[in-house]
Design a protein around this ligand. Structure first.
Ligand SMILES: Cc1cc2nc3c(=O)[nH]c(=O)nc-3n(C[C@H](O)[C@H](O)[C@H](O)COP(=O)(O)OP(=O)(O)OC[C@H]3O[C@@H](n4cnc5c(N)ncnc54)[C@H](O)[C@@H]3O)c2cc1C
Length: 373
């Protein structure tokens, strides 16, 4: 740690990934003095599908970040692909999603946080928290609020005693980039019997490919063999990044705050990568958290957090019912292929254009479609 560190701040954010930077930006937008510490050196990369759905993109824009076209590649909808079937739906209206390399997103968010005056401490690992404040080795920084944004394996969560919640069922995920011209203007989900592949074009010459499964030994290249249509698209394409892995899955915590500590982003619970919603969720949580800190009442954040997570968790559960049920996968894709309006409605639900209550009604419509297709 070479930077000078103040003795006190209003908000200390532990972790300078997308969630931590979003928390810092939203807190600065409300006038708090903010410090962010991260053990890594920017720009920070991570295993991610790198897609921002239209709602996630809007949440990022609420933080004042408009990703320039030079740093992003748009996509118009979602396509589901299996060995024999393919169904797609466009986002409502003329909205589009954006695929952004994690390193570019991190750079843009860091610039925005710095511009707003947040203090950014890189290569600075937080070693503990106590009633005195945040510990950086021998140093202690007093903070009115402490924000745990230290990712899915959060130590802040453990330090604050917030680890309780239903046991998550985690999956293993890997991602890599390939030099190949985009073949689609959709974010694609390739369904195999035991894994899914996600393909998102991040530029005019690169596609980000991720793979998720319950099998800890299934790495990306091997998994592609179970997804022949995706493997065919990538045949001969040069891999231009190293393979990065991470755990993914739905994790819900009983509480996301205690005392003056609040959790955000993956530290506060996760939605499976299949939703493409982790980033957007963190950006929306950041605004809710800043509002709650301003009101002095973190219980408001708890309520907002629960509400924000409801839709992505519902969608993740729905989509994961297709995982490892090849017959249901086939039937669902048949319905989506034959009746694209049902798929379009699901996408509208997914990006928050329709309220979660519709999940029940549209679930029934899909159920009827499954029986009658
Ligand atoms: C395979 C995969 C695909 C995905 N695809 C998508 C997608 O397409 N779209 C989407 O929106 N979401 C996607 N997600 C989810 C998304 O990547 C996460 O939700 C997001 O990265 C969470 O960001 P975060 O800032 O909470 O955590 P992280 O990005 O993990 O950041 C945590 C930070 O905390 C720092 N840190 C940890 N401990 C300490 C400490 N003690 N002191 C200081 N710093 C510390 C780390 O260095 C790190 O920088 C995907 C996830 C996976 C695994």
């Amino acid at each position: 740690m070479s930077q000078s560190v103040p003795d006190a701040t209003d908000v200390f954010v532990i972790g300078g990934g997308p969630a931590g930077l979003a928390a810092a930006i939203a807190a600065r937008q409300r006038g708090f003095r903010v410090l962010v510490a991260d053990g890594a050196q920017p720009p920070i990369d991570k295993a991610c599908g790198e897609g921002l759905l239209p709602d996630g993109r809007a949440a990022l824009e609420r933080l004042g970040i408009h990703v320039p076209r030079t740093d992003a590649h748009p996509f118009r909808g979602i396509r589901f692909v299996s060995a024999a079937l393919s169904a797609d739906a466009r986002f409502p209206g003329d909205s589009c999603g954006l695929a952004v390399r994690r390193t570019s997103l991190h750079r843009l968010m860091t610039e925005r946080a710095a511009l707003l005056g947040a203090g950014l401490l890189w290569r600075t690992a937080v070693t503990g928290i106590s009633p005195q404040g945040v510990h950086l080795g021998d140093r202690v920084v007093h903070a009115r609020w402490i924000v745990g944004a230290d990712g899915s394996k959060s130590r802040v969560r453990r330090w604050a005693g917030l680890d309780r919640g239903p046991r998550p069922r985690l999956r293993y995920a890997f991602r890599r980039h390939y030099r190949v011209a985009p073949w689609s203007d959709h974010m694609e989900v390739y369904w195999g019997d035991h894994c899914q592949g996600y393909a998102t074009a991040v530029s005019r010459e690169q596609v980000c490919v991720a793979l998720a499964s319950h099998d800890s030994s299934l790495r990306l290249e091997e998994g592609l063999r179970a997804l022949p249509s995706l493997a065919e698209r990538l045949r001969g394409a040069e891999a231009v990044s190293s393979e990065r892995g991470s755990l993914t899955g739905n994790r819900k915590l009983t509480h996301v705050w205690r005392g003056n500590v609040a959790l955000i982003g993956d530290a506060s619970g996760t939605v499976d990568a299949i939703t493409g919603e982790g980033l957007g969720l963190a950006f929306s949580q950041a605004v809710a958290l800043a509002e709650s800190m301003e009101s002095g009442d973190l219980e408001r954040y708890q309520a907002a957090h629960r509400k924000l997570a409801l839709r992505p968790l519902c969608m993740a559960r729905l989509m994961l019912t297709l995982d490892r049920r090849p017959w249901l996968q086939r039937r669902t894709l048949q319905v989506f292929e034959k009746r694209p309006e049902i798929f379009r409605r699901f996408l509208e639900l997914h990006v928050g254009v329709l309220p979660p209550l519709h999940v029940v009604r549209d679930g029934l419509t899909l159920g009827w479609g499954l029986l009658t297709a």
